[in-house]
Design a protein around this ligand. Structure first.
Ligand code: 2F8
Ligand code: CA
Length: 127
């Protein structure tokens, strides 16, 4: 994909390309959609990026999971979460089966990975 010839659905914001789905898939399938296109689920690095997604879209998967080690939140690039934008009371691992993360206007919530939601892919263009 070359800049200037963006496929439908991709938007450019602050050095990254984002794809905002209109379909809904579980976390694994959402991630597969991104990786098959040379991208991955969104990694939210700072408040500005959180505000960007929060103000634009509601209820979607982000690239954060604790499915390897319960309670150790890892981004899809393998880095460990340092600080996040959890909704108050989250993550709560409700019923012990919430290993993936949704975000909406109230913040992040851990949620069962099999749930079907929209998602956002991100590809960093400039670092
Ligand atoms: O908002 C609190 C809590 O609400 C639900 O659990 C009762 C969510 N889980 C499901 O709906 C499966 C939790 O993720 C959420 O923390
Ligand atoms: Ca939860």
């Amino acid at each position: 994909m070359s800049l200037g010839k963006l496929a439908d659905g991709w938007i450019y914001y602050q050095s990254s390309l984002y794809f905002i789905s209109s379909e809904e898939k579980n976390w694994i399938e959402s991630r597969r959609y991104c990786t098959e296109r040379g991208t991955d689920l969104i990694i939210i690095n700072n408040r500005e990026e959180q505000e960007f997604v929060k103000n634009s879209f509601d209820g979607f998967w982000i690239g954060l999971t604790d499915s390897d080690v319960e309670g150790r939140w890892k981004w899809v690039d393998g880095s460990t979460l340092t600080s996040g934008f959890w909704r108050s009371g989250e993550p709560n691992s409700y019923r012990g089966e919430e290993d993936c993360v949704l975000t909406d206007s109230t913040g992040w919530n851990d949620y069962p990975c099999y749930g079907a939601f929209r998602w956002i892919c991100e590809k960093i263009i400039f670092k």
